[in-house]
Design a protein around this ligand. Structure first.
Ligand SMILES: Cc1ncc(COP(=O)(O)O)c(C=O)c1O
Length: 427
């Protein structure tokens, strides 16, 4: 995954304006530059229509014998098929819907915590979002021993450092696919190979990676994966994937009348069906992007939904490398301290999410000035206090983060660079 060859930035041809025009929040305020996508992306009109349509016409409980209720069942079933296509799941029953990624990680840790015996070691990283750390640390009460896979001085996780941490006692490795703070990508297929070699399982946090590149649970060879809809052009909801044979034996909470089979055993209670309908529409948007972005094959219909999604995410990834290139140039020109991969020759190792500080200028001041000039970025600890400590940043002030997705443009980056320069010069 990390080794994917990217096209030279200047050679990329991406119909950004066409896709951008589908997002009302971007077109209604064309002067505003939205670089806070890591906290949640905007939604295309089709997602709103799907949520709206569900609430207006199908706002009933599923599982009834009347038409509207059966339509809800059908909506959920179709959404499972859509997510299965997005992540390359073998079976729709491997996908569960719910509130968010954090609650799925907690569900997993509670279930896995019940099975800790002599194999009780859990590997976590200091690069991850706290959601994928704190829940595992809780298991110390159940006898877990936490093993830290730490970043090196270059602020990257190196898979070579993982191997010596793994033993016959390792129960699982919990790590991110891409850092929500630094933008760096972890070679999770190698993580899974190493973990499986000692009989351990792998839980992946795919929240930040999802809008940027192709998810493939089969190629990742992971065991569980969590994701949030609102980071991938959908509404606030989450989904989880697990390997079917593992889900079958996972000890989750469920009432007696709920079948002890996935996905029911993972989906406690009622979830937000309209947001599930919205998530399916977000995937339809990506398929449309893929279908309209086939390069030489532009007008040929892709053979499958997955093929459209592969095309979409490949073209997004290539285009976003251009954005990363331009962002690095802008940040470097302003003398910013960039945390994480800062070499334009290593764009394949990152997504366009940038954690930075300006020397001797408070992150808060940078964010406020950017806001005054019509640019939305973020400052703070990025819900990663341990990472902040490693970066030498104070928890109170934190760092700045600019996080871009495929509807952002090079022109926006140039404007961002101009404002950054003004801040440095004190104007
Ligand atoms: C990498 C990462 N993991 C987990 C989360 C938590 O996701 P959720 O809000 O869906 O619980 C976030 C949210 O920002 C995130 O960026």
């Amino acid at each position: 995954m990390v080794k994917q060859q990217l096209v030279a930035p200047q050679a990329v041809n991406f119909a950004c304006d066409r896709f951008r025009s589908l997002f009302p929040a971007l077109t209604e305020e064309p002067g505003f530059i939205f670089f806070d996508n890591g906290a949640g992306a905007q939604i295309p009109q089709g997602v709103f229509d799907a949520i709206n349509g569900h609430l207006l016409h199908r706002n009933v409980q599923r599982g009834g014998r009347y038409a509207r209720s059966m339509e809800v069942d059908a909506t959920i079933a179709r959404a499972r098929e859509s997510v299965a296509a997005l992540i390359n799941a073998r079976d729709c029953d491997e996908i569960a819907f719910g509130m968010n990624a954090t609650s799925f990680l907690r569900l997993l840790s509670l279930a896995i915590g019940r099975t800790l015996e002599t194999r009780n070691e859990i590997v976590v990283t200091d690069l991850d979002h706290e959601a994928n750390i704190a829940t595992w640390l809780q298991l110390e009460r159940e006898g877990a021993r936490i093993v830290w896979w730490n970043m090196r001085e270059d602020n990257n996780l190196h898979v070579e450092d993982l191997a010596p941490l793994l033993t016959s006692k390792t129960r699982l490795v919990a790590c991110t696919v891409a850092s929500h703070a630094l933008g760096s990508i972890v070679d999770v297929a190698v993580v899974a190979k190493l973990a499986h070699a000692v009989g351990a399982e792998v839980v992946l946090d795919c929240v930040h990676y999802a809008p940027h590149a192709l998810i493939d649970v089969q190629a990742f060879e992971c065991d569980y994966l969590v994701c949030s809809g609102y980071k991938v052009f959908g509404p606030h909801m989450g989904f989880m994937w697990g390997r079917l044979e593992l889900l079958n034996v996972l000890q989750t909470f469920r009432e007696d009348f709920i079948p002890d089979a996935p996905p029911s055993k993972i989906e406690a209670g009622t979830f937000i069906y309209e947001n599930v309908a919205g998530m399916a529409a977000a995937i339809t948007y990506l398929e449309t992007l893929g279908a309209g972005h086939g390069g030489e094959e532009e007008n040929t219909a892709p053979v499958s939904r997955r093929a459209s999604l592969v095309r979409a995410m490949t073209s997004i990834r290539e285009y976003e490398a251009t954005l990363s290139f331009e962002m690095l140039e802008a940040l470097q020109a302003a003398g910013a301290i960039i945390y994480g991969v800062d070499d334009t020759a290593r764009l394949a190792e990152r997504v366009p999410t940038f954690c930075f500080t300006l020397p001797n200028i408070a992150p808060e001041l940078v964010t406020e000035t950017m806001s005054d000039r019509g640019i939305g970025i973020r400052d703070g600890h990025m819900y990663a206090p341990r990472l902040m400590k490693r970066l030498g940043a104070s928890l109170d002030t934190g760092v700045n983060r600019a996080s871009l997705v495929h509807y952002n443009t090079v022109q926006e980056i140039h404007e961002f660079g101009k404002v950054l320069g003004d801040i440095v010069r004190g104007r």
